[in-house]
Design a protein around this ligand. Structure first.
Ligand SMILES: O=C(CO)[C@H](O)[C@H](O)COP(=O)(O)O
Length: 139
């Protein structure tokens, strides 16, 4: 957090503020995603053992797009192609230095201007809003 603040980011720590190996991640991840969706332009990082359950929890919030970022490249791609506002990072999967690189890559990347990515994101937003699945292409 201090590292990101030093870089000029305004950081909110949703917690947990005390380490408890037995606590449950959904509340933290859902709260993070709710705040990110409500604050356009903000980004969220959900951290856990693998980052997987954490990004699944964040993705339950309507409008949230959370990707599992397990490398610098996947961190960049989930922003560029998937317009992710959040990433899940696996605390047990990386060194602290690697995790910082992954988070920095995500924060430094903007969405791709290529139309096909926006089109796909829109299809998911429409599905979320209407419940009607995107049409399968004709065989
Ligand atoms: O989604 C996950 C793994 O895929 C979580 O990170 C994991 O289940 C957390 O486990 P623990 O309570 O052992 O830290």
């Amino acid at each position: 957090m201090a590292h990101l603040e030093k870089q000029g980011h305004e950081v909110t720590d949703i917690g947990p503020h005390v380490y408890d190996a037995d606590d449950d991640y959904p509340a933290f991840c859902v709260e993070t995603a709710l705040r990110v969706v409500a604050d356009e332009g903000s980004r969220g990082i959900v951290v856990g053992g693998s980052g997987n359950g954490e990004q699944i929890a964040a993705n339950k919030v309507p409008g949230a797009r959370a990707g599992l970022a397990w490398s610098v490249e996947t961190a960049k791609l989930c922003r560029e192609h998937n317009h992710a506002q959040l990433i899940g990072v696996g605390a047990r999967m990386h060194t602290a230095e690697e995790a910082v690189e992954i988070v920095e890559a995500f924060l430094a990347t903007e969405v791709s201007p290529e139309e096909r990515h926006a089109r796909r994101v829109q299809q998911l937003l429409d599905y979320e809003r209407t419940g009607t699945p995107p049409a399968l292409p004709e065989a």
